[in-house]
Design a binder for this molecule. Structure first.
Ligand SMILES: Cc1cc2nc3c(=O)[nH]c(=O)nc-3n(C[C@H](O)[C@H](O)[C@H](O)COP(=O)(O)OP(=O)(O)OC[C@H]3O[C@@H](n4cnc5c(N)ncnc54)[C@H](O)[C@@H]3O)c2cc1C
Ligand SMILES: Cc1cc2nc3c(=O)[nH]c(=O)nc-3n(C[C@H](O)[C@H](O)[C@H](O)COP(=O)(O)O)c2cc1C
Length: 475
Protein backbone atom coordinates (compact mmCIF):
# COMPACT_ATOMS: atom_id res chain seq x y z
CA UNK A 1 0.00 0.00 0.00
CA UNK A 2 1.30 3.44 -0.79
CA UNK A 3 0.99 5.88 2.06
CA UNK A 4 2.02 9.52 2.19
CA UNK A 5 5.49 10.00 3.60
CA UNK A 6 6.05 11.68 6.95
CA UNK A 7 7.02 15.28 7.41
CA UNK A 8 10.64 16.18 7.58
CA UNK A 9 11.67 17.53 10.93
CA UNK A 10 10.89 21.25 11.17
CA UNK A 11 8.75 23.79 12.96
CA UNK A 12 5.19 22.81 13.67
CA UNK A 13 2.45 24.89 12.06
CA UNK A 14 -0.36 23.92 9.74
CA UNK A 15 1.20 20.47 9.41
CA UNK A 16 -1.38 17.80 9.98
CA UNK A 17 -0.67 14.11 10.21
CA UNK A 18 -3.72 11.89 9.67
CA UNK A 19 -2.88 8.43 11.00
CA UNK A 20 -5.23 5.48 10.59
CA UNK A 21 -5.61 1.94 11.83
CA UNK A 22 -8.27 -0.06 10.02
CA UNK A 23 -9.20 -3.72 9.75
CA UNK A 24 -11.89 -3.72 7.08
CA UNK A 25 -11.40 -0.38 5.37
CA UNK A 26 -13.90 1.95 7.09
CA UNK A 27 -11.39 3.95 9.17
CA UNK A 28 -8.94 4.07 6.28
CA UNK A 29 -11.64 5.54 4.04
CA UNK A 30 -12.56 8.27 6.55
CA UNK A 31 -8.88 9.07 7.14
CA UNK A 32 -8.26 9.72 3.46
CA UNK A 33 -11.47 11.75 3.04
CA UNK A 34 -10.54 13.84 6.11
CA UNK A 35 -7.03 14.43 4.78
CA UNK A 36 -8.33 15.40 1.35
CA UNK A 37 -10.76 17.87 2.91
CA UNK A 38 -8.02 19.39 5.09
CA UNK A 39 -5.60 19.68 2.20
CA UNK A 40 -8.09 21.88 0.30
CA UNK A 41 -7.02 24.69 2.67
CA UNK A 42 -3.79 26.31 1.47
CA UNK A 43 -2.74 26.74 5.13
CA UNK A 44 -2.47 23.02 5.71
CA UNK A 45 0.28 20.60 4.81
CA UNK A 46 -1.33 17.21 5.22
CA UNK A 47 0.12 13.72 5.29
CA UNK A 48 -1.61 10.36 5.72
CA UNK A 49 0.10 7.32 7.25
CA UNK A 50 -0.82 3.95 8.67
CA UNK A 51 -0.46 4.18 12.46
CA UNK A 52 1.26 0.79 12.51
CA UNK A 53 4.16 2.14 10.44
CA UNK A 54 4.87 5.01 12.84
CA UNK A 55 6.95 5.39 15.99
CA UNK A 56 6.04 7.64 18.92
CA UNK A 57 8.73 10.14 17.73
CA UNK A 58 6.96 10.43 14.37
CA UNK A 59 3.80 11.50 16.17
CA UNK A 60 5.79 14.08 18.13
CA UNK A 61 6.85 15.63 14.81
CA UNK A 62 3.32 16.41 13.71
CA UNK A 63 1.93 19.85 14.52
CA UNK A 64 -1.55 18.40 14.63
CA UNK A 65 -2.25 14.70 14.81
CA UNK A 66 -5.62 13.26 13.80
CA UNK A 67 -6.08 9.55 14.41
CA UNK A 68 -8.88 7.55 12.81
CA UNK A 69 -9.07 4.02 14.13
CA UNK A 70 -11.43 1.09 14.58
CA UNK A 71 -11.52 -1.47 17.40
CA UNK A 72 -11.30 -5.24 16.86
CA UNK A 73 -11.32 -8.51 18.76
CA UNK A 74 -12.50 -7.50 22.21
CA UNK A 75 -11.41 -3.88 22.50
CA UNK A 76 -8.18 -4.47 20.61
CA UNK A 77 -6.34 -2.69 17.83
CA UNK A 78 -6.76 -3.64 14.17
CA UNK A 79 -4.05 -6.08 12.99
CA UNK A 80 -1.90 -3.40 11.39
CA UNK A 81 -1.53 -1.51 14.71
CA UNK A 82 -0.97 -4.43 17.06
CA UNK A 83 2.83 -4.10 16.93
CA UNK A 84 2.40 -0.35 17.57
CA UNK A 85 0.47 -1.21 20.73
CA UNK A 86 3.15 -3.62 21.95
CA UNK A 87 6.19 -1.56 21.03
CA UNK A 88 5.11 2.11 21.20
CA UNK A 89 2.19 2.20 23.61
CA UNK A 90 4.13 0.31 26.28
CA UNK A 91 5.88 3.62 27.07
CA UNK A 92 4.68 7.13 27.82
CA UNK A 93 5.30 9.20 24.69
CA UNK A 94 6.82 12.69 24.63
CA UNK A 95 4.16 14.65 22.77
CA UNK A 96 4.28 18.07 24.39
CA UNK A 97 3.56 20.75 21.80
CA UNK A 98 1.35 18.70 19.52
CA UNK A 99 -2.44 18.89 19.41
CA UNK A 100 -4.53 15.86 18.59
CA UNK A 101 -8.01 14.45 18.08
CA UNK A 102 -9.20 10.84 17.78
CA UNK A 103 -12.07 9.46 15.72
CA UNK A 104 -12.89 5.99 17.07
CA UNK A 105 -14.98 3.65 14.90
CA UNK A 106 -16.79 0.83 16.67
CA UNK A 107 -20.08 -0.87 17.29
CA UNK A 108 -22.22 -0.55 20.43
CA UNK A 109 -23.12 -4.21 20.26
CA UNK A 110 -19.61 -4.80 21.68
CA UNK A 111 -20.85 -2.93 24.75
CA UNK A 112 -17.99 -2.93 27.30
CA UNK A 113 -15.34 -2.66 24.60
CA UNK A 114 -17.18 -0.07 22.49
CA UNK A 115 -14.45 1.92 20.70
CA UNK A 116 -12.02 0.50 23.29
CA UNK A 117 -8.87 0.88 21.23
CA UNK A 118 -9.68 4.43 20.08
CA UNK A 119 -10.40 5.49 23.66
CA UNK A 120 -7.19 3.83 24.90
CA UNK A 121 -5.19 5.60 22.23
CA UNK A 122 -6.77 8.90 23.23
CA UNK A 123 -5.67 8.34 26.86
CA UNK A 124 -2.17 7.35 25.76
CA UNK A 125 -1.74 10.48 23.64
CA UNK A 126 -2.96 12.61 26.54
CA UNK A 127 -0.48 10.89 28.88
CA UNK A 128 2.29 12.22 26.63
CA UNK A 129 1.10 15.79 27.34
CA UNK A 130 -0.34 16.26 23.87
CA UNK A 131 -3.18 18.79 23.80
CA UNK A 132 -6.59 17.23 23.19
CA UNK A 133 -8.44 19.36 20.62
CA UNK A 134 -11.78 17.73 21.43
CA UNK A 135 -13.11 14.69 23.30
CA UNK A 136 -12.68 11.43 21.40
CA UNK A 137 -15.54 11.02 18.87
CA UNK A 138 -17.01 7.50 19.04
CA UNK A 139 -18.83 6.25 15.95
CA UNK A 140 -21.43 3.50 16.28
CA UNK A 141 -21.61 1.57 13.00
CA UNK A 142 -21.45 2.77 9.43
CA UNK A 143 -24.34 5.21 9.46
CA UNK A 144 -23.79 7.24 12.64
CA UNK A 145 -24.48 10.71 11.24
CA UNK A 146 -24.45 12.43 14.66
CA UNK A 147 -20.91 11.30 15.49
CA UNK A 148 -19.65 12.04 11.99
CA UNK A 149 -21.14 15.54 12.25
CA UNK A 150 -18.96 16.14 15.33
CA UNK A 151 -15.88 14.95 13.42
CA UNK A 152 -16.83 17.13 10.47
CA UNK A 153 -17.04 20.15 12.81
CA UNK A 154 -13.58 19.30 14.12
CA UNK A 155 -12.19 19.18 10.58
CA UNK A 156 -13.88 22.47 9.71
CA UNK A 157 -12.21 24.14 12.71
CA UNK A 158 -8.90 23.03 11.20
CA UNK A 159 -9.74 24.69 7.88
CA UNK A 160 -11.22 21.73 6.01
CA UNK A 161 -13.97 22.23 3.50
CA UNK A 162 -16.28 19.24 3.64
CA UNK A 163 -19.73 18.17 4.74
CA UNK A 164 -20.96 15.21 6.72
CA UNK A 165 -22.58 13.82 3.54
CA UNK A 166 -19.15 13.65 1.92
CA UNK A 167 -17.71 11.75 4.88
CA UNK A 168 -20.54 9.20 5.13
CA UNK A 169 -20.44 6.03 3.01
CA UNK A 170 -22.62 6.24 -0.12
CA UNK A 171 -26.17 4.92 -0.30
CA UNK A 172 -26.58 1.17 -0.94
CA UNK A 173 -27.28 0.18 -4.55
CA UNK A 174 -30.00 -2.12 -5.83
CA UNK A 175 -28.91 -5.60 -6.89
CA UNK A 176 -31.12 -8.59 -7.61
CA UNK A 177 -30.90 -12.04 -6.13
CA UNK A 178 -30.00 -14.15 -9.18
CA UNK A 179 -29.30 -17.57 -7.63
CA UNK A 180 -29.37 -19.33 -4.28
CA UNK A 181 -28.05 -22.86 -3.77
CA UNK A 182 -27.44 -24.97 -0.65
CA UNK A 183 -23.82 -26.12 -0.77
CA UNK A 184 -23.77 -28.64 2.06
CA UNK A 185 -26.97 -30.71 2.22
CA UNK A 186 -26.84 -33.22 5.07
CA UNK A 187 -24.01 -31.39 6.87
CA UNK A 188 -23.74 -31.74 10.66
CA UNK A 189 -22.98 -27.98 10.68
CA UNK A 190 -25.09 -24.99 9.73
CA UNK A 191 -26.38 -24.62 6.20
CA UNK A 192 -23.95 -22.85 3.85
CA UNK A 193 -25.48 -21.14 0.84
CA UNK A 194 -24.07 -19.97 -2.45
CA UNK A 195 -25.70 -16.60 -3.18
CA UNK A 196 -25.33 -14.90 -6.56
CA UNK A 197 -26.33 -11.26 -7.07
CA UNK A 198 -26.67 -9.30 -10.31
CA UNK A 199 -26.24 -5.49 -10.31
CA UNK A 200 -29.01 -3.30 -11.69
CA UNK A 201 -26.25 -0.88 -12.75
CA UNK A 202 -23.34 -2.77 -14.44
CA UNK A 203 -20.86 -0.08 -13.28
CA UNK A 204 -21.26 -1.69 -9.84
CA UNK A 205 -19.21 -4.65 -11.11
CA UNK A 206 -16.17 -2.96 -9.70
CA UNK A 207 -14.31 -4.50 -6.80
CA UNK A 208 -11.06 -6.23 -5.96
CA UNK A 209 -10.38 -9.61 -4.36
CA UNK A 210 -10.59 -9.03 -0.61
CA UNK A 211 -13.43 -6.48 -0.70
CA UNK A 212 -16.60 -6.72 1.36
CA UNK A 213 -20.30 -6.52 0.51
CA UNK A 214 -22.43 -4.69 3.06
CA UNK A 215 -25.95 -6.06 2.83
CA UNK A 216 -28.91 -4.21 4.19
CA UNK A 217 -31.63 -6.74 5.10
CA UNK A 218 -35.16 -5.86 3.96
CA UNK A 219 -38.66 -6.75 4.99
CA UNK A 220 -40.46 -8.70 2.27
CA UNK A 221 -42.02 -6.25 -0.23
CA UNK A 222 -45.51 -7.70 0.33
CA UNK A 223 -45.29 -6.89 4.05
CA UNK A 224 -44.10 -3.34 3.32
CA UNK A 225 -46.95 -2.70 0.89
CA UNK A 226 -49.49 -4.18 3.33
CA UNK A 227 -48.15 -1.92 6.10
CA UNK A 228 -48.38 1.19 3.89
CA UNK A 229 -51.90 0.29 2.79
CA UNK A 230 -53.06 -0.49 6.34
CA UNK A 231 -51.94 2.93 7.58
CA UNK A 232 -52.86 4.80 4.38
CA UNK A 233 -49.27 5.98 3.88
CA UNK A 234 -47.83 7.14 0.54
CA UNK A 235 -44.69 5.05 -0.04
CA UNK A 236 -43.54 7.49 -2.73
CA UNK A 237 -42.90 10.37 -0.30
CA UNK A 238 -39.21 11.23 0.21
CA UNK A 239 -37.51 11.69 3.56
CA UNK A 240 -33.95 12.35 4.61
CA UNK A 241 -32.90 9.22 6.46
CA UNK A 242 -29.51 7.77 7.53
CA UNK A 243 -27.82 10.56 5.59
CA UNK A 244 -29.66 9.97 2.29
CA UNK A 245 -32.91 11.00 0.61
CA UNK A 246 -35.10 7.92 0.36
CA UNK A 247 -38.68 6.94 -0.47
CA UNK A 248 -40.81 6.05 2.55
CA UNK A 249 -41.37 2.61 0.94
CA UNK A 250 -37.59 1.93 1.00
CA UNK A 251 -37.10 3.31 4.50
CA UNK A 252 -39.82 1.05 5.87
CA UNK A 253 -38.34 -1.90 3.98
CA UNK A 254 -35.10 -1.48 5.96
CA UNK A 255 -36.62 -1.11 9.44
CA UNK A 256 -38.35 -3.22 12.03
CA UNK A 257 -42.00 -2.95 11.04
CA UNK A 258 -43.72 -1.05 13.86
CA UNK A 259 -46.75 -2.56 15.59
CA UNK A 260 -50.05 -0.94 14.65
CA UNK A 261 -50.39 0.77 18.07
CA UNK A 262 -46.96 2.40 17.58
CA UNK A 263 -48.20 4.12 14.43
CA UNK A 264 -51.74 5.25 15.31
CA UNK A 265 -52.09 9.02 15.67
CA UNK A 266 -48.46 10.06 15.21
CA UNK A 267 -47.15 12.42 12.54
CA UNK A 268 -45.32 10.98 9.56
CA UNK A 269 -42.11 12.86 10.43
CA UNK A 270 -42.14 11.42 13.91
CA UNK A 271 -42.81 7.93 12.60
CA UNK A 272 -39.81 8.15 10.26
CA UNK A 273 -37.64 9.44 13.10
CA UNK A 274 -38.69 6.59 15.39
CA UNK A 275 -38.22 3.75 12.91
CA UNK A 276 -35.52 1.31 14.04
CA UNK A 277 -33.25 0.43 11.13
CA UNK A 278 -32.06 -3.13 10.60
CA UNK A 279 -28.26 -3.05 10.84
CA UNK A 280 -25.99 -3.79 7.92
CA UNK A 281 -24.34 -7.20 7.62
CA UNK A 282 -20.93 -7.72 6.04
CA UNK A 283 -19.99 -10.60 3.72
CA UNK A 284 -16.63 -11.38 2.08
CA UNK A 285 -17.05 -11.30 -1.68
CA UNK A 286 -16.29 -14.73 -3.17
CA UNK A 287 -16.06 -13.82 -6.86
CA UNK A 288 -14.42 -11.31 -9.23
CA UNK A 289 -16.30 -8.74 -11.34
CA UNK A 290 -15.28 -10.59 -14.53
CA UNK A 291 -17.94 -13.23 -13.76
CA UNK A 292 -20.63 -10.55 -14.18
CA UNK A 293 -22.14 -11.22 -10.78
CA UNK A 294 -21.26 -11.07 -7.13
CA UNK A 295 -21.10 -14.38 -5.30
CA UNK A 296 -21.23 -14.83 -1.55
CA UNK A 297 -20.94 -17.85 0.74
CA UNK A 298 -23.40 -17.36 3.57
CA UNK A 299 -23.93 -19.50 6.66
CA UNK A 300 -27.56 -19.47 7.78
CA UNK A 301 -27.53 -18.39 11.45
CA UNK A 302 -30.23 -20.09 13.55
CA UNK A 303 -30.87 -18.67 17.02
CA UNK A 304 -31.69 -20.68 20.12
CA UNK A 305 -35.40 -19.96 19.67
CA UNK A 306 -35.24 -21.34 16.10
CA UNK A 307 -35.57 -17.93 14.45
CA UNK A 308 -33.09 -17.02 11.73
CA UNK A 309 -30.31 -14.44 11.92
CA UNK A 310 -31.40 -11.16 10.42
CA UNK A 311 -28.96 -10.90 7.52
CA UNK A 312 -28.18 -14.52 6.78
CA UNK A 313 -31.84 -15.52 7.24
CA UNK A 314 -32.88 -12.88 4.77
CA UNK A 315 -30.28 -13.83 2.16
CA UNK A 316 -30.66 -17.60 2.47
CA UNK A 317 -34.38 -17.87 3.18
CA UNK A 318 -36.66 -14.82 3.19
CA UNK A 319 -35.59 -12.90 0.07
CA UNK A 320 -36.96 -14.03 -3.26
CA UNK A 321 -35.16 -14.88 -6.50
CA UNK A 322 -35.36 -11.79 -8.72
CA UNK A 323 -36.04 -9.59 -5.66
CA UNK A 324 -34.04 -6.51 -4.68
CA UNK A 325 -30.94 -6.77 -2.48
CA UNK A 326 -29.58 -3.44 -1.16
CA UNK A 327 -25.83 -3.64 -1.20
CA UNK A 328 -22.92 -1.32 -0.61
CA UNK A 329 -19.42 -2.25 -1.71
CA UNK A 330 -16.73 -1.65 0.88
CA UNK A 331 -13.12 -1.57 -0.33
CA UNK A 332 -11.00 -3.51 2.14
CA UNK A 333 -7.37 -2.65 1.32
CA UNK A 334 -6.15 -4.59 4.34
CA UNK A 335 -7.20 -7.83 2.60
CA UNK A 336 -6.33 -6.96 -0.98
CA UNK A 337 -3.83 -9.20 -2.78
CA UNK A 338 -0.29 -8.95 -1.44
CA UNK A 339 2.51 -8.48 -4.00
CA UNK A 340 2.54 -11.38 -6.52
CA UNK A 341 4.57 -14.31 -5.25
CA UNK A 342 4.06 -17.60 -3.46
CA UNK A 343 1.01 -17.56 -1.21
CA UNK A 344 -0.39 -19.61 1.65
CA UNK A 345 -4.18 -19.37 1.98
CA UNK A 346 -5.65 -20.55 5.28
CA UNK A 347 -9.29 -20.67 6.27
CA UNK A 348 -12.30 -22.57 7.53
CA UNK A 349 -16.03 -22.57 6.91
CA UNK A 350 -17.34 -19.48 5.14
CA UNK A 351 -13.73 -18.23 5.11
CA UNK A 352 -13.65 -20.03 1.75
CA UNK A 353 -15.45 -16.95 0.36
CA UNK A 354 -12.54 -14.53 0.76
CA UNK A 355 -9.97 -17.18 -0.18
CA UNK A 356 -11.91 -18.09 -3.33
CA UNK A 357 -11.79 -14.49 -4.60
CA UNK A 358 -8.00 -14.53 -4.18
CA UNK A 359 -7.63 -17.92 -5.86
CA UNK A 360 -9.76 -16.70 -8.79
CA UNK A 361 -7.47 -13.66 -9.01
CA UNK A 362 -4.36 -15.86 -8.98
CA UNK A 363 -5.85 -18.22 -11.57
CA UNK A 364 -6.70 -15.23 -13.78
CA UNK A 365 -3.11 -13.99 -13.53
CA UNK A 366 -1.70 -17.53 -13.87
CA UNK A 367 0.44 -16.98 -10.76
CA UNK A 368 0.54 -20.61 -9.58
CA UNK A 369 2.57 -21.35 -6.44
CA UNK A 370 -0.33 -21.23 -3.95
CA UNK A 371 -0.99 -23.55 -1.00
CA UNK A 372 -4.52 -23.91 0.35
CA UNK A 373 -5.10 -25.14 3.90
CA UNK A 374 -8.83 -25.38 4.55
CA UNK A 375 -10.96 -26.88 7.29
CA UNK A 376 -14.64 -27.78 7.57
CA UNK A 377 -16.79 -30.32 9.38
CA UNK A 378 -17.74 -33.28 7.22
CA UNK A 379 -15.71 -34.57 4.25
CA UNK A 380 -18.89 -35.96 2.67
CA UNK A 381 -20.92 -32.71 2.80
CA UNK A 382 -18.79 -29.66 3.47
CA UNK A 383 -16.26 -29.27 0.71
CA UNK A 384 -17.61 -25.96 -0.60
CA UNK A 385 -16.57 -25.11 -4.13
CA UNK A 386 -14.85 -28.50 -4.46
CA UNK A 387 -15.08 -28.26 -8.28
CA UNK A 388 -13.17 -24.98 -8.23
CA UNK A 389 -10.48 -26.54 -6.05
CA UNK A 390 -10.08 -29.43 -8.52
CA UNK A 391 -9.83 -26.90 -11.36
CA UNK A 392 -7.14 -24.88 -9.54
CA UNK A 393 -5.20 -28.07 -8.85
CA UNK A 394 -5.44 -29.03 -12.53
CA UNK A 395 -4.39 -25.63 -13.93
CA UNK A 396 -1.46 -25.23 -11.51
CA UNK A 397 -2.96 -22.38 -9.46
CA UNK A 398 -2.77 -24.63 -6.40
CA UNK A 399 0.63 -26.20 -5.97
CA UNK A 400 -0.53 -27.87 -2.78
CA UNK A 401 -3.90 -28.45 -1.13
CA UNK A 402 -4.56 -29.71 2.40
CA UNK A 403 -8.14 -30.22 3.48
CA UNK A 404 -9.12 -31.25 7.00
CA UNK A 405 -12.50 -32.12 8.48
CA UNK A 406 -13.24 -31.97 12.18
CA UNK A 407 -15.92 -34.68 11.95
CA UNK A 408 -13.91 -37.05 9.73
CA UNK A 409 -14.30 -40.61 11.01
CA UNK A 410 -10.64 -41.55 10.77
CA UNK A 411 -8.95 -38.44 12.18
CA UNK A 412 -10.93 -35.30 12.94
CA UNK A 413 -8.74 -32.21 12.77
CA UNK A 414 -8.94 -28.40 12.70
CA UNK A 415 -7.04 -26.20 10.29
CA UNK A 416 -4.97 -24.63 13.08
CA UNK A 417 -3.62 -28.10 13.91
CA UNK A 418 -2.78 -28.58 10.24
CA UNK A 419 -0.77 -25.35 10.31
CA UNK A 420 1.12 -26.47 13.43
CA UNK A 421 1.85 -29.88 11.88
CA UNK A 422 3.30 -28.32 8.74
CA UNK A 423 5.63 -25.97 10.55
CA UNK A 424 8.81 -26.79 8.60
CA UNK A 425 7.11 -26.46 5.22
CA UNK A 426 5.37 -23.20 6.18
CA UNK A 427 8.69 -21.76 7.36
CA UNK A 428 10.25 -22.77 3.99
CA UNK A 429 7.46 -21.08 2.03
CA UNK A 430 7.82 -17.89 4.09
CA UNK A 431 11.62 -17.99 3.59
CA UNK A 432 11.07 -17.84 -0.15
CA UNK A 433 8.76 -14.84 0.22
CA UNK A 434 5.28 -16.35 0.60
CA UNK A 435 2.45 -14.15 1.80
CA UNK A 436 -0.18 -15.56 4.16
CA UNK A 437 -3.91 -14.87 3.89
CA UNK A 438 -6.33 -15.98 6.60
CA UNK A 439 -10.11 -15.83 6.23
CA UNK A 440 -12.98 -17.01 8.45
CA UNK A 441 -14.07 -17.05 12.08
CA UNK A 442 -12.17 -15.33 14.90
CA UNK A 443 -11.61 -18.54 16.89
CA UNK A 444 -10.03 -20.32 13.94
CA UNK A 445 -7.97 -17.21 13.12
CA UNK A 446 -6.69 -16.94 16.70
CA UNK A 447 -5.64 -20.63 16.65
CA UNK A 448 -3.93 -20.19 13.29
CA UNK A 449 -2.12 -17.11 14.56
CA UNK A 450 -0.90 -18.95 17.64
CA UNK A 451 0.50 -21.66 15.39
CA UNK A 452 2.12 -19.10 13.07
CA UNK A 453 3.73 -17.26 16.00
CA UNK A 454 5.16 -20.60 17.20
CA UNK A 455 6.60 -21.23 13.73
CA UNK A 456 7.77 -17.76 12.69
CA UNK A 457 8.00 -15.75 15.93
CA UNK A 458 6.02 -12.64 16.85
CA UNK A 459 8.53 -10.18 15.39
CA UNK A 460 8.56 -11.91 12.02
CA UNK A 461 4.77 -11.98 11.87
CA UNK A 462 4.66 -8.28 12.88
CA UNK A 463 7.08 -7.50 10.08
CA UNK A 464 5.01 -9.50 7.60
CA UNK A 465 1.94 -7.52 8.71
CA UNK A 466 3.75 -4.21 8.15
CA UNK A 467 4.97 -5.43 4.73
CA UNK A 468 1.46 -6.49 3.76
CA UNK A 469 2.48 -10.13 3.61
CA UNK A 470 0.20 -11.33 6.43
CA UNK A 471 -3.41 -10.30 5.90
CA UNK A 472 -6.61 -11.37 7.57
CA UNK A 473 -10.34 -11.08 6.94
CA UNK A 474 -11.75 -12.47 10.18
CA UNK A 475 -15.03 -12.08 11.99
C1 LIG B 1 -15.60 -8.61 7.61
C2 LIG B 1 -16.69 -9.65 7.75
C3 LIG B 1 -16.86 -10.61 6.76
C4 LIG B 1 -17.86 -11.59 6.91
N1 LIG B 1 -17.99 -12.54 5.93
C5 LIG B 1 -18.94 -13.49 6.05
C6 LIG B 1 -19.10 -14.50 5.03
O1 LIG B 1 -18.40 -14.51 4.00
N2 LIG B 1 -20.08 -15.44 5.21
C7 LIG B 1 -20.88 -15.46 6.34
O2 LIG B 1 -21.76 -16.32 6.44
N3 LIG B 1 -20.73 -14.51 7.32
C8 LIG B 1 -19.81 -13.54 7.19
N4 LIG B 1 -19.68 -12.58 8.17
C9 LIG B 1 -20.63 -12.60 9.32
C10 LIG B 1 -21.92 -11.85 8.92
O3 LIG B 1 -21.64 -10.46 8.74
C11 LIG B 1 -23.03 -11.95 9.97
O4 LIG B 1 -22.51 -11.60 11.22
C12 LIG B 1 -23.65 -13.34 10.04
O5 LIG B 1 -24.26 -13.66 8.79
C13 LIG B 1 -24.74 -13.38 11.15
O6 LIG B 1 -25.62 -12.32 10.95
P1 LIG B 1 -27.19 -12.48 11.02
O7 LIG B 1 -27.77 -11.14 10.77
O8 LIG B 1 -27.64 -13.60 10.15
O9 LIG B 1 -27.41 -12.93 12.49
P2 LIG B 1 -27.80 -12.00 13.73
O10 LIG B 1 -29.26 -11.70 13.71
O11 LIG B 1 -26.86 -10.87 13.81
O12 LIG B 1 -27.48 -13.06 14.84
C14 LIG B 1 -26.12 -13.57 14.90
C15 LIG B 1 -26.00 -14.54 16.05
O13 LIG B 1 -26.18 -13.80 17.24
C16 LIG B 1 -26.92 -14.54 18.15
N5 LIG B 1 -28.17 -13.82 18.43
C17 LIG B 1 -28.54 -12.64 17.88
N6 LIG B 1 -29.70 -12.25 18.37
C18 LIG B 1 -30.10 -13.19 19.24
C19 LIG B 1 -31.24 -13.34 20.06
N7 LIG B 1 -32.21 -12.44 20.08
N8 LIG B 1 -31.31 -14.45 20.82
C20 LIG B 1 -30.33 -15.36 20.81
N9 LIG B 1 -29.22 -15.26 20.06
C21 LIG B 1 -29.12 -14.20 19.30
C22 LIG B 1 -27.17 -15.87 17.52
O14 LIG B 1 -26.16 -16.75 17.94
C23 LIG B 1 -27.04 -15.64 16.06
O15 LIG B 1 -26.62 -16.78 15.37
C24 LIG B 1 -18.70 -11.60 8.05
C25 LIG B 1 -18.52 -10.62 9.03
C26 LIG B 1 -17.54 -9.64 8.88
C27 LIG B 1 -17.39 -8.61 9.95
C1 LIG C 1 -14.66 -9.42 14.74
C2 LIG C 1 -15.00 -8.01 15.09
C3 LIG C 1 -14.73 -7.53 16.36
C4 LIG C 1 -15.08 -6.22 16.73
N1 LIG C 1 -14.83 -5.78 18.00
C5 LIG C 1 -15.23 -4.54 18.37
C6 LIG C 1 -15.07 -4.09 19.73
O1 LIG C 1 -14.56 -4.79 20.59
N2 LIG C 1 -15.51 -2.83 20.03
C7 LIG C 1 -16.08 -2.00 19.10
O2 LIG C 1 -16.47 -0.90 19.44
N3 LIG C 1 -16.24 -2.40 17.82
C8 LIG C 1 -15.85 -3.65 17.43
N4 LIG C 1 -16.03 -4.07 16.13
C9 LIG C 1 -16.69 -3.15 15.16
C10 LIG C 1 -15.68 -2.38 14.28
O3 LIG C 1 -14.81 -1.59 15.04
C11 LIG C 1 -16.49 -1.48 13.33
O4 LIG C 1 -17.21 -2.32 12.44
C12 LIG C 1 -15.64 -0.52 12.54
O5 LIG C 1 -16.47 0.35 11.79
C13 LIG C 1 -14.70 -1.23 11.56
O6 LIG C 1 -13.83 -0.27 10.98
P1 LIG C 1 -12.62 -0.73 10.01
O7 LIG C 1 -13.28 -1.22 8.77
O8 LIG C 1 -11.83 0.51 9.78
O9 LIG C 1 -11.81 -1.76 10.68
C14 LIG C 1 -15.68 -5.37 15.76
C15 LIG C 1 -15.94 -5.85 14.47
C16 LIG C 1 -15.61 -7.16 14.14
C17 LIG C 1 -15.93 -7.66 12.75
Amino acid sequence: MAFGSLFRRGPAGGRILVAFASQTGAAERVAWLSANALSRSAKNLVRVAALGGLAAEDLGDAGILLVVTSTYGAGEAPDSARAFVRKQMAQTPALKGIAYAVLALGDRKYDATFCGFGRGLDRWLASGKAKRLAPVVCVDGDDDTDAMTKWCEQLTRLGASTSVEQLMPGAPQDWTLAERRLLNPGSPGGEAWHIALAPKDPSQLNWTAGDIAEIWPRNPQTEVEAFLARHKLDGGLSFRWAGHWMFLRDIIAHCRLPQDHEVEGISLDWLVERLEPWGLREYSIASLPASGRMELLVRKAVKDDGSLGLGSGWLTHTSTIGGVVSLRLRPNPNFHAPPDGPQILIGAGTGMAGLRAHLLYRAQKKLGDAWLLFGERSPACDLFHGEDIKGWQADGTLARTDLVFSRAQSRGQYVQQLVAENRAEIARWVERGASILVCGGLKMAAGVEEALVAILGEDRLDQMTQDGLYRRDVY
